[in-house]
Structure formats: C-alpha cells, structure tokens
Design a protein around this ligand. Structure first.
Ligand SMILES: Cc1ncc(COP(=O)(O)O)c(C=O)c1O
Length: 439
C-alpha cells in the first residue's frame, strides 16, 4: 500500500462527489408548481397547504397534520399542544439542534437535558428516567441523524410516569422503528422540512398527531385563520386570534414543493439507502461503527446528516480529528469530525435572564429546580464530538464513485500506525449549529 497522502503520498480518491450529494432533486413538476403559485399570487393562501397536510398525514399514517413556517414553530406548537406551561419540566437529549427544545423556555417551562446513548446517539432511556421529577410534563425524543430512537423503552417509561412524548422527526422523515413510521409512536411528531433536511421543501415544518386535542391546541397557538377547524369545548371559544401571539402559517411555495416531493420521496430514499449501505458494506471489516439500527425492521429513511462512530482505542489512541484529516487528504469528501455541541453546556440554560425574571429564565417558574445539568453530569454528550463523525451523504448509487470514498477510509484505517507519531491530538469542539450549506 502506498504512503498516506497526508504524509506526502498519492491520494486514492480523485473524483468530485459534489453532483452526487446535491439535494434536493428538483424536477419539472416542482418548478411548475412554484411558478403557478407565484403567477396566481397564491403564496399566502392555505388551499395548497391543506392539500399538502392531507397527503402528508396519509403518507405518515397520522390522523392530523398541521403545516408550519418552520420546524421550530411546529415543535413549539407541539409543546403547547401537549399542555406544557409555567413550572413544568421538559426533558430532551443534550445532543441535538437547539430547536428541539428551546421553544419550551418561552412557554415558561424548565429545560432539563438527558444523556445520549453512545451507540444510537439518541436519548438514553435509563438517563431519561433518572431525570424525571413530579414536574416533568413532556420529553422530546430526537431521531438523531436519522437513527430511530429506542421508542419501546422510552414509551414504557413515559407512560409509567404520565409524561407526554414529542418526537422530533427533523432528521428522520420516513424512517421506521420496528416497522412503524417515526413520528407516529409518541403523542405528537414535529419536524423541520427546511432545505437541508431529507424531506426538503424550503423553510417549513409540520406537526403530526392522532390526538384531536393536541391538533386543535396547535392550531389555536399560531394559526389564527383556522378557527373553523377548532371545535373542542374549552378551545373553540378562543378561536379568531392566535393564542400564542405567533403566525406560523406555511408559505405555499413550500407546500406546493412538498406535494411534489411526497410523490417521489420514498423512491429517492430507496436509492439513498442502497448507496449508503453499499458505502458501509465496503468498510464492514474495519473497526468503525456505521450508526445503523440493528433491528431488521428499522431503517434510516433518508439518512440525513449520516454519521459514523470512531473508537480511538481501536487505532491505538489516534485522534478522530487527525484520522479525518488523513481521510480528507486521501480525497475523502464531506467527512467531518464531531457533531452538535452538548446543549447543556451553554450558559443560556443556567444564568441568562431572558425575560426579566430576576433570575435565570430556564428555572424562573420552577421553585424546585436546583442546579440542573452541571458540567460532568452528561458524560457521553460531553465527549461524543471526539467519536462521532460525518460521512458523505450519497443521493445516487454510483458504485465507482462510492468505491473511491471507501478506498480513502480504508487506506487510512490500514495504515493508521504511520500517523501515530505525528498526531497533534487536537480535540474536536462541537458547534451549536452548522451554517446552512448550499450543497
Ligand atoms: C433536530 C432538529 N430539530 C428542529 C429543527 C428546527 O427546524 P427549523 O430550522 O425548520 O426551524 C432542526 C433544524 O433545523 C433540527 O435539526
């Protein structure tokens, strides 16, 4: 085997993968749909959005769907939907994008973070249970990087303690957990559909549920124009104004794209699944974890933000950062060390008085809250950035192209000993968010 490229040797991967990873795949029907909405001056209506909701609910297997202007908005509506309010606690895994739970703070709730499991990168059920108090009203379960979270265990704990379950499906549209669509297992699902996601329609989000009360409360929160659909006593008398004070309607340029995306999403995901499994199959003899569910009836849907998991012990302590640098030098593309930063380490949850409460807003309405989530409290979340890494997200099955990326990883794995002496041992620092990428 030739010398590693990072040490001056020839690289093994020379073809650009940019065209392969480009997303979303825009077809003529999407373009024509957008143009017709524009030409009709119908951007702010709700007729196309309601059609999208109907089709999305059918595809998801949910009774109701309610489209939103963003995933963040849909998550806040879900929180109001399940009755979260002042003095309540909501539990969320620390490794996720902030919008999974941050909207809870403006509802007056206290955010409590739980640790993740180092294999699934999703909520660790045992740690979730440990953090439950009499004030815990809800949990947000994130199917992180398209991996279906262990819903059987989480639902059993939640039901035992009478806790509402909100599934954040932003990373996992179309993924199955033991044969069931994620988003339909908890009390309510909510998700981003912004253009970086698997189900990409532009800025937008959607809430799905079988529960009429959650659906109607969500409508009442930010959809003032839906009064006619709010029928439940205790809610119907407040229709006409958005009770949250927010306007969360989806733009119809997004919903028309969504309608078209629904028609081809499953077939596009099947191609992604084939390509991604081919990539990992090419590396299966190496000591890297592919972050794929082991259950035969669980899937990763669109493989959003796909990850691998690195174990430095299998490489005599070689740092993840240097390993990834070496793969990149071999012509590996879109590999990156790390993942989201652990949210509980941010001062917002501990010291900032956002609303003039005279104390940290995260605990302002909660007389029982002590020092929640101290540093060192969530060891997996605090260290996962030095084992999780991003891999290329293939959208097309191009065997030769994927083979080159496999070869880049393989060459580094097979020659890692050559790197041990020059390893700068740099630690990876997670980021709270990634800048939106334009492919
Ligand atoms: C896990 C997760 N939840 C929620 C959101 C928020 O969605 P949006 O950006 O559409 O508001 C995102 C991403 O953007 C996300 O990754």
């Amino acid at each position: 085997m030739s010398k590693l490229a990072i040490l001056g040797g020839e690289k093994v991967a020379t073809s650009s993968i940019a065209a392969n990873i480009k997303w979303p795949i825009v077809n003529r029907a999407m373009e024509e749909g957008v143009l017709s909405v524009l030409r009709d001056g119908n951007m702010s209506g709700t007729n196309i959005t309601k059609e999208f909701e109907k089709e999305f609910a059918k595809w998801q297997g949910s009774k109701y769907a309610l489209a939103h202007s963003s995933g963040t908005a849909s998550l806040q509506a879900a929180m109001f939907g399940v009755g979260l309010g002042h003095g309540d606690e909501i539990i969320c895994p620390s490794i996720t994008y902030w919008a999974s739970v941050l909207p809870a703070m403006s509802l007056g709730a206290t955010i409590v973070y739980a640790d993740i499991d180092p294999v699934t990168l999703c909520l660790d059920p045992a740690d979730f249970e440990k953090r439950i108090t009499p004030r815990t009203k809800a949990v947000v379960v994130v199917h992180y990087c398209a991996y279906p979270a262990p819903m059987d265990e989480i639902m059993a704990i939640a039901r035992k303690h009478n806790i509402k379950v909100i599934e954040d499906v932003s990373h996992a549209q179309g993924a199955l957990y033991k044969g069931k669509m994620v988003g339909t297992i908890g009390d309510v699902g909510a998700m981003s559909l912004m253009s970086g996601k698997s189900f990409a329609i532009g800025e937008g989000g959607i809430l799905v549920t079988d529960n009429q009360e959650i659906y109607e409360r969500a409508m009442l929160w930010g959809h003032y124009e839906r009064g006619g659909d709010i029928t439940l006593p205790g809610l119907a008398e407040y229709k006409g104004l958005p009770c949250g004070g927010y306007k969360y309607r989806m733009h119809q340029l997004s919903s028309v794209v969504g309608l078209e995306q629904l028609k081809k999403y499953d077939s596009e995901c099947a191609v992604i699944d084939k390509a991604m499994k081919y990539f990992w199959d090419g590396l299966k003899d190496l000591p890297l974890d592919s972050h794929q569910p082991v259950d035969a009836n669980s899937t990763k849907g669109g493989w959003y933000a796909c990850k691998g998991i690195y174990n430095a012990d299998a490489f005599e302590g070689l740092s993840l950062k240097y390993f990834i640098d070496a793969v990149t030098a071999e012509g590996g593309q879109y590999f990156a060390a790390g993942c989201n930063a652990a949210l509980h380490t941010h001062g917002l949850f501990h010291t900032m008085d956002v609303y003039g409460d005279g104390k940290p807003s995260n605990i302002a309405n909660n007389p029982d809250a002590g020092a929640i989530n101290k540093e060192g409290d969530l060891p997996v979340s605090e260290n996962i950035c030095n084992s999780a890494f991003s891999i290329p997200w293939f959208k097309h099955f191009d065997r030769a192209l994927i083979d080159e990326q496999i070869a880049a990883v393989r060459k580094v794995c097979e020659n890692y000993k050559d790197l041990l002496a020059s390893d700068p041992k740099e630690k990876v620092v997670g980021k709270f968010f990634q800048t939106a990428r334009k492919n």
